[in-house]
Ligand binder design. Structure first.
Ligand code: ADP
Length: 372
C-alpha cells in the first residue's frame, strides 16, 4: 500500500488549531452558554439554530419561542426596512461582518439599545454556513452618554450669558465709552477680550457638539454657492495669516454647481480647517484650498506645508479632545474639539472626511459634500 505524503510547503492558509478533544468542546460550550452577551447562531437564512442563556435574559424570549424563527424578528421590530436590507446585503452577499446599534424591544414591551456584531461563518468554498450574532445590551451606557451630553449642553448655555455680558462691557471700555485709557490699560483689555473670545468660541463648539450628539442639530440647508462662501473667508483669515506671513491660494473649479447645505455649518468646517492650517504651519508657508467635483460630490481639500501628523496619531485625530504631541508643543492653545465637530458636521451633511499627512511635510484635510 502506498500513501502519498504532501511535501511540507508554505501555504497562505492560517495555521489550524489542534483538533478539539471532548473536554475542550465542553469548555467552549459552557463558555458560550454562560457568556453575558447574547449569542445566536443561525442558518444562512437567519433561522435560529442556537441561542445562549443571555438571549432570554436580555430579550425576555425563552429558547422555545425563538428556535426556528428568524433572528431579530421577535425583538428587533424597530429596525427600518432600508437598514434591514443593508444588514442582509452586507452579511449574506458581501459576506462581511456587520457592526451596528439597534433599538430593540423586550418581550415585556420595554425598549433597549443593543450593540450588535453579526459575522458569517464560511465553508471551504466561501459559502455561508452559519451566522453568529452577538448583541450587548448598552442601554445604560447610552443613557449615561445622553446625560453627559445634556449636562454639557446645559453648562454651555449657562456659561454663554456671562461671557456675552463680559464681551459687551469690554467693548465699551475698548471703545473709550468710559473715558480714555492708557496704552498699557488698552493692551491689557485687548488680552482679556481675546481670552474672552476664545472662551465664547469654546462654549459655542461645546454647544454644537452637544446638539449633534443628541440629534438636536437643526440643519438649515439652502442652495449655496461654495465659490462665494470660500472666497469670502479670505478677508476673515487675513489678520491671522499676515501675522505669520502666510499665503492663501484658492483654486476652485469653474462652473461649480450650487449645493444644498447649511452655509453656517459648512463655513465653520472651512474656517476650522483653515485656522488649523495656519496654527500648525510655520511662518512664510502657503495654504491651498482646492474645490472640485468628483463622482457627484463636491470635494474640498485644505492643504498646508506645516508640521504634519505622525502615522501613529492619525487614527485619533478626529476624536474628541485629541491633540497631537507635536501640536501641543508648537501651539499651546487648543481644545482638540474642532476636528471632531468638523467631521460630525460633514457626516451629518451626508459627506465624509479624510486626512493625508506626512510629518514635517504638511497635511491635507479633505471632505466631500453630496451635490444633491
Ligand atoms: P485644536 O486645534 O483645538 O487642538 P482640533 O480638533 O482642531 O483641535 O485638532 C486636533 C489636533 O489635530 C490638533 O491638536 C493637532 O494636533 C492636529 N491638527 C489639526 N489640524 C492640523 C494641521 N493642519 N496640521 C497638523 N496637525 C493638525
Amino acid at each position: 500500500m502506498s500513501t502519498t505524503h504532501k511535501p511540507q510547503t508554505k501555504t497562505n492558509h492560517p495555521k489550524r488549531p489542534p483538533p478539539l478533544v471532548q473536554e475542550d468542546m465542553q469548555k467552549y460550550q459552557l463558555a458560550v452558554e454562560h457568556a453575558s452577551d447574547h449569542i445566536v447562531i443561525t442558518d444562512p437564512d437567519g433561522i435560529i439554530l442556537y441561542a445562549n442563556r443571555a438571549v432570554e435574559k436580555i430579550t425576555g424570549f425563552p429558547p422555545s419561542e425563538i428556535m426556528g424563527t428568524k433572528a431579530g424578528v421577535k425583538w428587533g421590530k424597530r429596525m427600518k426596512h432600508e437598514a434591514y436590507t443593508h444588514l442582509w446585503n452586507e452579511i449574506k452577499h458581501h459576506k462581511l461582518q456587520f457592526h451596528g446599534e439597534f433599538q430593540n424591544v423586550r418581550k415585556n414591551g420595554e425598549m433597549y439599545t443593543a450593540e450588535a456584531k453579526i459575522a458569517p461563518v464560511l465553508d471551504a468554498q466561501g459559502e455561508v454556513l452559519y451566522f453568529v450574532g452577538i448583541e450587548r445590551d448598552v442601554t445604560q451606557l447610552r443613557e449615561v452618554d445622553r446625560m453627559k451630553t445634556e449636562f454639557i449642553s446645559l453648562a454651555s448655555h449657562q456659561l454663554r450669558t456671562p461671557l456675552s455680558a463680559m464681551k459687551w462691557f469690554l467693548e465699551m471700555l475698548l471703545d473709550g465709552d468710559l473715558g480714555d485709557l492708557s496704552t498699557e490699560q488698552m493692551n491689557m483689555l485687548r488680552n482679556i477680550n481675546a481670552s474672552n473670545e476664545r472662551m465664547i468660541d469654546l462654549v459655542n463648539t461645546l454647544l454644537d457638539i452637544s446638539r449633534i450628539e443628541s440629534g438636536r442639530l437643526v440643519i438649515d440647508a439652502v442652495p449655496t454657492d461654495i465659490t462665494e462662501l470660500v472666497t469670502g473667508l479670505r478677508h476673515e483669515l487675513e489678520p491671522l495669516m499676515q501675522a505669520k506671513n502666510q499665503t492663501l491660494t484658492i483654486a476652485i473649479a469653474d462652473n461649480l454647481p450650487q449645493v444644498t447645505i447649511d452655509p453656517r455649518l459648512i463655513r465653520q468646517v472651512y474656517m476650522n480647517l483653515l485656522t488649523n492650517a495656519v496654527k500648525y504651519s510655520a511662518h512664510s508657508t502657503t495654504i491651498t484650498v482646492h474645490v472640485f467635483v468628483k463622482e457627484g460630490m463636491i470635494i474640498s481639500t485644505v492643504q498646508d506645508q506645516g508640521y504634519g501628523i505622525d502615522v501613529s496619531e492619525r487614527e485619533h485625530i478626529f476624536e474628541k479632545f485629541y491633540r497631537a504631541k507635536s501640536a501641543v508643543k508648537a501651539e499651546a492653545e487648543g481644545s482638540g474639539l474642532g476636528l471632531y465637530l468638523v467631521k460630525s458636521i460633514v457626516e451629518t451633511s451626508g459627506g465624509t472626511m479624510w486626512l493625508e499627512s506626512e510629518p514635517w511635510q504638511g497635511s491635507s484635510f479633505s471632505f466631500s459634500l453630496p451635490i444633491r
